[in-house]
Write a protein that binds this ligand. Sequence first.
Ligand SMILES: CC[C@H](C)CCC(=O)Nc1ccc(S(N)(=O)=O)cc1
Ligand SMILES: [Zn+2]
Length: 261
Amino acid sequence: TGNQWGYGKDDGPSAWNTNYPVADGDRQSPIDILPHQARHDPNLGPIVLNYDRCTSINIANNGHSVVVEFEDSDDRSVIQGGPLDNPYRLKQFHFHWGGKGCHGSEHTVEGNSYASELHLVHWNAVKFKTFGEAASTSDGLAVLGIFLETGDEHRWLHMITDALYTVKFKGSVTDFKGFNPKCLLPSSLHYWTYLGSLTTPPLHESVIWIVVKEPMIVSEKQLGKFRTLVFTGEEEDERTRMENNFRPPQLLKGRTVRSSN
Ligand SMILES: CC[C@H](C)CCC(=O)Nc1ccc(S(N)(=O)=O)cc1
Ligand SMILES: [Zn+2]
């Protein structure tokens, strides 16, 4: 029913253009970032996150990833500065990851991928009335991308990984209040920025991408807990482990990637 898409052989990224022709568009994401070809732009100020009064609501398995949703009825948690002309409201964050040992980030840097990538999704509530409207209009969204690299245990990620068992199956949702994602961010927020799209269907070309250069370090054990989720619902008989839920890099098609200092 509807436009079922996934990350498998038959419904994966190479098949998405059948139901979503914009998959072959001019500003698709993710991309491979070449730092030496990025234009350093001194006018690009720092990214400013005001998450102090942020209100997380729940954590869910939507059949593609694990998502933490936020209350976005006012400007209590916003990102601004950098390439952004307005404050953008935090709506949700989610992750993309690989299989055991192999890589799983969406953006790559000089062809190198990281183990995983965190996406903090924000929308321009100054120009648009709803998230859906912003998500389908050019520059309606700003997504902050953070790479995850394996190493020492991350001191705060356990707050997410300890909740994953409650959302093992597609369609499961559980309360997840009082979590502030600021605790997940690396110390430096130097970034690359470019105009792109959602990295999953409907692939709307509505995203101002802000990809942070410094990865957050998480342990292999913490990352392994993401792979205990399944793409399938509890009622389905086959259990398909949720992993490799990433889209490979897309053509730059003449776009410029800018770099903050
Ligand atoms: C029109 C409504 C809107 C599509 C509802 C669904 C949605 O929020 N999708 C979404 C959000 C973020 C990304 S990503 N991976 O950060 O680029 C990919 C898909
Ligand atoms: Zn994403």
